[in-house]
Design a protein around this ligand. Structure first.
Ligand code: NAI
Ligand code: MG
Length: 360
């Protein structure tokens, strides 16, 4: 099969980590007989330098017409740029928001995996880590409090502000469906997180999620209140498979989840919408402090490419293969500087990519 991937290296370490992800994809292509073709797209600071704007209409069109988008990272004050003297809508990060919006991506998927070999980096106690954990946060991305009506005015002589948390049943159903589909490819458990003891929007969330669950009799659904979930993530993370939640709760819980794994250079992410087109990117930024030094950990981007194989191309076996290759290379003791520990072998960005590609 032929797959057309829009590749956005971006700024800072972006080009370095993207190069390694493409290396691994090419190894997958050779092994399984797929043809991955890449179209380079400019976004962020490099696009500002070339075109004056962080994302051109043509660049967005190229992304829209692709089968999937693979992104490094954008932004950061790299090499004395003047990007941050520009108004906010012309800065590098505005390109990312325009891309997400333009592709209508309403689901953000962030796995929190504790790799066996990296247990030392985990801030949780050993008895809590137990057998380790591997769960996914599915966060609604385009509704809820961040997109509701808001105002600030004087009421009864007091400065007063309000934000509104709105969801309709369609918005809830479509994100729930994504969570159940993902659970079906995993351990078949969805934990839907809300605040149904207080919020009307949460009560509707719970009801609609239950209705969607009827189409997935093979997947178990439990409901959990958000304050309890925040505790459970640090108390017993091994209980979770897929956590489904609305925008603000997901913002907070996915950051909490990423920190219990302990290593930013390992965390992948995907943003999905209707259809198969998705945006895949590491959870970290452009790391300007280490850009151009062959130090960046490419694994978050490589694991994002594995998510692309799984969710946009339905190549589950190939995705498994990449994840397994990452585990094997870690097991052999190879480390980039961010995950380095005593008696392990320090390698650069390119060598890490080579090793994982070879393992594939
Ligand atoms: P950051 O994630 O770029 O860096 C935070 C720290 O983690 C730095 O010390 C960095 O060296 C380290 N780090 C990050 N990724 C790493 C990797 N793969 N390997 C080894 N070490 C790694 O976050 P920061 O510094 O807050 O942001 C820098 C720039 O990136 C800002 O302009 C920010 O707006 C942008 N950014 C872009 C994102 C995106 O494109 N999706 C997401 C987050 C930030
Ligand atoms: Mg956040």
């Amino acid at each position: 099969m032929e797959y057309n991937i829009a590749v956005i290296p971006g700024d800072g370490i972006g080009p370095e980590i993207i190069r390694e992800a493409m290396k691994v994809l090419d190894a997958v292509g050779r092994k399984y007989g797929h043809n991955f073709s890449y179209t380079q797209v400019l976004m962020g600071g490099v696009s500002i330098d070339a075109t004056g704007v962080p994302l051109t209409d043509e660049a967005l069109m190229t992304a829209k017409n692709s089968d999937a988008v693979l992104l490094g990272a954008v932004g950061g004050n790299v090499g004395g740029s003047n990007w941050y003297s520009l108004p906010p809508h012309l800065r590098p990060e505005a390109g990312l928001l325009a891309l997400r919006k333009g592709l209508n991506l309403y689901a953000n998927i962030r796995p929190a995996i504790l790799f066996d070999e990296l247990k030392a980096a985990c801030p949780l106690r050993e008895d809590i880590i137990g057998e380790g954990f591997d769960f996914v946060v599915v966060r609604e991305l385009t509704g809820g409090l961040y997109f509701g009506d808001r105002w600030t005015k004087e009421v009864d002589g007091l400065r007063t502000a309000t934000d509104t948390l709105v969801y309709n049943e369609n918005e809830i159903a479509r994100i729930a469906k994504i969570a159940f589909e993902i659970a079906r490819k995993r351990r078949k458990k969805v934990c839907s997180v809300d605040k149904a003891n207080v919020l009307d929007s949460s009560r509707l969330w719970r009801q609609v999620t239950k209705e969607v669950a009827e189409n997935y009799p093979d997947v178990e659904l439990v409901d959990m209140l958000v304050d309890n979930c925040a505790m459970q993530i640090v108390k017993d993370p091994g209980q979770f498979d897929v956590i489904l939640t609305e925008n603000m709760f997901g913002d907070i819980l996915s950051d909490e989840a990423s920190m219990v794994t302990g290593s930013i250079g390992m965390l992948s992410s995907a943003s999905l919408g209707e259809g198969k087109l998705g945006l895949y990117e590491p959870s970290h930024g452009s790391a300007p402090d280490i850009a151009g030094q062959n130090k960046a950990n490419p694994i978050a981007t490589i694991l994002s490419a594995a998510m692309m194989l799984r969710y946009s191309f339905d190549l589950d076996m190939e995705a498994d293969r990449v994840e397994e290759a990452v585990r094997k290379v870690l097991k052999k003791g190879y480390r980039t500087v961010d995950i380095m520990s005593p008696e392990k072998t320090l390698v650069g960005t390119d060598k890490m990519g080579d090793l994982i590609a070879q393992e594939v």
